[in-house]
Design a protein around this ligand. Structure first.
Ligand SMILES: Nc1ncnc2c1ncn2[C@@H]1O[C@H](COP(=O)(O)OP(=O)(O)OP(=O)(O)O)[C@@H](O)[C@H]1O
Ligand SMILES: [Mg+2]
Length: 286
């Protein structure tokens, strides 16, 4: 059974008003444990809306969302419990920090779940450590931190709830390349350690190629494709048409191929390109 599943999911904002807008059209998708899914798609394609459906922040206009086989809007289901199981980190979550100290901010979610005492303290420390927040920062006010540190604190707040499904809406937006890489590495580690499902919305195809196992491409309120990263990225021309920029390294390989060099064009990371070029050179390092 899939961990997360939608069935004919349609969502319309502001039904019956001049602002009515269909953000999701008949979405059928199944996401499994053990995957790190990268969600890509042009602006306004419905990515954030779908993420909010996944953890029950928005209710379908039609269709169903299942978490571990349970219809999250079915009778007798407490939606709060679903939100504990499916952690959602919003885009720019640092604007949602509001407690007096970093520790209290990280503790907010698990405390709401009823966790207290030593276990709460341990979870806070563990989550802070996981995202690279040092212990001496825990008693500081979140407002004393840099933007990147705040982002880490916000992510730690979700990790401390240990959700089986962790969803992050553009977790690296606005971070520098080093910070981006560090956060993504830690998110990947969380997925591996828990064996659960992690879903990341990203505008960077490079990041999706490097870290994710699957890619979910959205276009105009629908899923264009959900498959292994390589399979989705094979459809380069379609992705470009959807307004997505393919990784620079893929463009380089295509260009080389176009100039008559016998390289594989199905390459999305610098590491793979390196291997391919070494292969072309007859296995010798240049
Ligand atoms: N509260 C709302 N009322 C009406 N329409 C909305 C509302 N929120 C979002 N929309 C519309 O729904 C569509 C999908 O929005 P959504 O935020 O899910 O897109 P997205 O793929 O996350 O885009 P981005 O990459 O810019 O974050 C957009 O056309 C948006 O304008
Ligand atoms: Mg969005």
């Amino acid at each position: 059974m899939s961990l997360l599943k939608t069935e004919n999911l349609t969502f319309i904002y502001s039904v019956g008003t001049p602002f009515e807008h269909t953000a999701l059209k008949n979405i059928n998708v199944e996401l499994d444990r053990g995957e790190l899914v990268g969600v890509i798609g042009g602006t306004g394609s419905g990515k954030s809306t779908l993420m909010q459906q996944f953890n029950g922040l928005l209710k379908p206009t039609e269709g169903k969302v299942y978490v571990d086989g349970v219809d999250i809007w079915g009778p007798g289901v407490n939606i709060r419990d679903i939100r504990f199981k499916v952690g959602l980190v919003f885009q720019y979550p640092e604007y949602q920090l509001f407690e007096e100290t970093v520790a209290k901010d990280i503790a907010y979610g698990p405390k709401n779940m009823g966790i207290e005492g030593e276990e709460l303290t341990n979870r806070v420390k563990e989550a802070a450590n996981f995202v690279g927040i040092k212990e001496d920062m825990l008693e500081k006010s979140p407002f004393e931190l840099s933007g990147g540190e705040k982002r880490r604190v916000a992510i730690a707040g979700s990790l401390a709830m240990r959700p089986e499904i962790l969803i992050l809406d553009e977790p690296t937006a606005g971070l520098d390349p080093k910070g981006r890489e560090d956060i993504l590495r830690r998110i990947k580690e969380y997925q591996k350690e828990t064996g659960g499902l992690v879903v990341i919305v990203s505008h960077s195809m490079e990041d999706v190629a490097k870290y994710c196992t699957k890619a979910l491409a959205m276009s105009e309120a629908q899923i264009y494709m959900y498959d292994d990263v390589e399979k989705v990225f094979e459809k380069t021309d379609d992705l470009v048409e959807m307004g997505l920029a393919i990784p620079q390294i893929s463009q380089v390989m295509k260009e080389l191929h176009g100039r008559g060099i016998d390289v594989n064009t199905n390459i999305y990371t610098v590491e793979k390109a390196k291997q391919e070029i070494i292969r072309l050179l007859g296995g010798k390092r240049a």
